[in-house]
Design a protein around this ligand. Structure first.
Ligand code: FES
Ligand SMILES: [Fe+2]
Length: 403
């Protein structure tokens, strides 16, 4: 059967979109959230996993449950690079092989295994291969490997389907309305004053070797680029952007990307990464300020609280907590709009117009790839080229030739 819009949102084991997403390495956790010797439960694409960091410093992803009497493995002990179950002490090495079962014969131990998944750490995140067959090499993002301060954002856990967030990648026009109040607050103008009568930017969308490129010509004549990287990553080419924790309107050159991973069909997690063009002492200052804002405000809780109040109708978008930086209030605005669509938006009832060409294009590509994938035909091999983040002019210092 030909995949339909409704198939994009279901990603549990065995679903077509779930199998397709699993054919790419996916981030599972922020590296800094996994201390050595610690195991945590992680749910992704309606499937549970145990993630732990062994004494060697390596992260491991294994089955959620002990095969003995099925209790959760993360409750147990990490011993070297193995994990031992809390219930009766069965021990599994990182490959999933059982190596010790108190009170059992060795032959029984040798025949006991749990699933284990190829795991790697890259750009401050723990990634895993959760797909069928052998893991392909992990995709790299060369633009984010360059010098600068790589700020690994607070993972965003939102109670909506991951596709609500993917749809937003090429939804350029939402910025005018959704972020109007924050932009007004920043500029000191009333909301009516900032948008020049809602003058829409000129936007072109095109399929590329990595996904979709949105080229946006602003009223000022500047051109900016937004990249959707198949299958689940939004990227913004280098721009002078807001920095987390800065309430004074400070901006820096930065390139960003956001990887949207389903937790289950009604919630998702997004991993934001920003490569900021600051170095040395300046990078230390930016990091310190970011960490202070995180410690003082607990932005994850504050953003959720404000956005849910806006959705519930007990707060207006302009009444959000005034201590938040524009970086955070952009998130409240996005959260309210995207979660406000419903956990799983009914796309059959939408009324798409002119401004939705980018949204329609991403869905069309996804459906085309899912159809090929479902029928066992070759799917497009997506590649993220080096220099993708550098299309903007003028360029930030970190893209200029070294030396
Ligand atoms: S349930 Fe894990 S050892 Fe018994
Ligand atoms: Fe937005």
């Amino acid at each position: 059967m030909k995949p339909e819009l409704n198939d994009l949102v279901h990603t549990g084991p065995g679903t077509i979109a779930g199998r397709y997403l699993r054919s790419f390495w996916q981030p599972v956790l922020r590296s800094e959230d996994l201390a050595a010797g610690v195991a945590v439960p992680v749910r992704l694409m309606s499937e549970d996993f145990t993630v732990y960091r062994g004494a060697s410093g390596a992260a491991h992803v294994v089955a959620p449950r002990c095969p003995h009497r099925l209790t959760r493995l993360h409750m147990g002990w990490v011993e070297d690079d193995a994990i031992r179950c809390l219930y009766h002490g069965w021990k599994f090495d990182a490959s999933g092989q059982c190596t010790h079962q108190p009170g059992e014969r060795e032959v029984f131990t040798r025949g006991t295994r749990i699933a284990s998944y190829p795991t790697a750490e890259y750009l401050g995140l723990v990634w895993a291969w959760l797909g069928e067959g052998d893991a392909p090499p992990m995709r790299r993002y060369p633009d984010f490997e360059r010098p600068g301060f790589l700020s690994v954002g607070i993972p965003e856990r939102w109670p909506c389907n991951y596709f609500n967030r993917i749809d937003n990648a090429t939804d350029i026009f939402h910025v005018l309305a959704t972020h109007r109040e924050t932009m007004a607050r920043e500029s000191g103008l009333p909301p009516q004053g900032i948008d020049g009568g809602w003058a829409a930017p000129e936007v072109k969308f095109a399929e590329t070797g990595f996904g979709v490129e949105s080229t946006v010509k602003g009223a000022s004549g500047n051109t900016s680029y937004f990249h959707f990287l198949m299958p689940n990553t939004n990227a913004i080419a280098a721009h002078v952007g807001r920095v987390e924790g800065y309430r004074d309107g400070s901006r820096h050159w930065k390139a960003e990307m956001f990887i949207r991973v389903p937790v289950d069909d009604e919630s998702c997690i997004s991993f934001p990464l920003a490569l900021i063009d600051v170095h040395g002492d300046e990078a230390v200052q930016v990091r310190t300020r970011r960490d202070q804002a995180r410690a003082e405000l607990d932005p994850e809780r504050l953003i959720e609280q404000d956005a849910l109040a806006v959705i519930a109708g007990t707060k207006r978008i302009g009444q959000m907590d005034g201590r938040m930086s524009a970086y955070y209030s952009f998130l409240v605005e996005d959260y309210a709009c995207q979660v406000g669509q419903g956990a799983i938006a009914d796309r059959g009832r939408e009324r798409l117009g002119q401004i939705d060409q980018g949204v329609a294009l991403v869905r069309k590509i996804w459906l085309r790839e899912l159809a090929a994938f479902a029928e066992g035909r070759p799917v497009k091999q997506w590649e993220v080229p080096a220099g993708l983040a550098d299309k903007t002019q003028p360029q930030p210092s970190w893209v200029q030739p070294q030396g």
